[in-house]
Design a binder for this molecule. Sequence first.
Ligand code: SF4
Length: 288
Amino acid sequence: MVIRNTETRSILVKSSLPVCEFSANPYTGCTHGCMYCYASFMKRFTGHTEPCGEFLDVKEWKPIGNPEKYRGREIFIGSVTDPYNPQEEQFGRTRKLLEELKGSGARISIATKSDLVLRDMDLIRTFPDARVSWSVNTLDESFRSDMDRAVPIGRRLKAMRLFHDAGIRTTCFISPIFPGITDVKAIIAEAGSYCNLIWLENLNLRGSFKGPVLKYIKEKHAGLLPLYEEIYNHGDMGYWESLDEEMRDFALGCGMEYTVNDDSMRRPFEAKPLIVNYFYHERIRKVR
Ligand code: SF4
């Protein structure tokens, strides 16, 4: 593992993501080493030659000037790294960011695969409408450990429950959904009572990880290979369209709302979670 200190001009950058106005990534790279890492494209811009998951740049930045200017603004922490990778325990860059923003009135959203975020719960709860999301795409530890080096699923779910019990909004980010492997309904049955929002996102294989993922499917789930080839080599959208229909019916049966737009912040905390379909975004969304 190669760990370096780097300087960055500004820790907060304007974002084009639909869920926020600014993003913050206290690290470059991520040591969770997910086989399907969506942030691996960052290597094109950072010049790292090490494999993804094998390097981490620890960012230094000048103190945020006038943090009050972010009052009411949505800041997404962890769009291309996990702000609570294990090294955060030592370097504390995410905690430093939160301390700088404390009292600013910024609305923060944190994405992680870790329970280290529990360390900062008291700080996070001082932000208006703060929310924390955990990626959970399986309840099967064997599959999880094949995919990433982050903490086991049980620890992610326990952290989610503790945040929710503390009155902080939580999101169960079911992503990426692996066709034929991710049991979306089972995850919702497990986490649905202690999250406010459920995001569903398909596995996309447009990155350099397509080869390794298909190789893994061939070796460990050979019976699913024809399905993966249909989807990822021939562009067949049938699986996602069926899952979309299935989840819409499932949500109805559970008394949950199902949508393609996230308006969860306007929902009461106690309401059942909203299920949000992010499958291929507008490509397969149907106008209803
Ligand atoms: S947690 Fe996110 S950024 Fe980190 S390796 Fe996994 S996909 Fe990449």
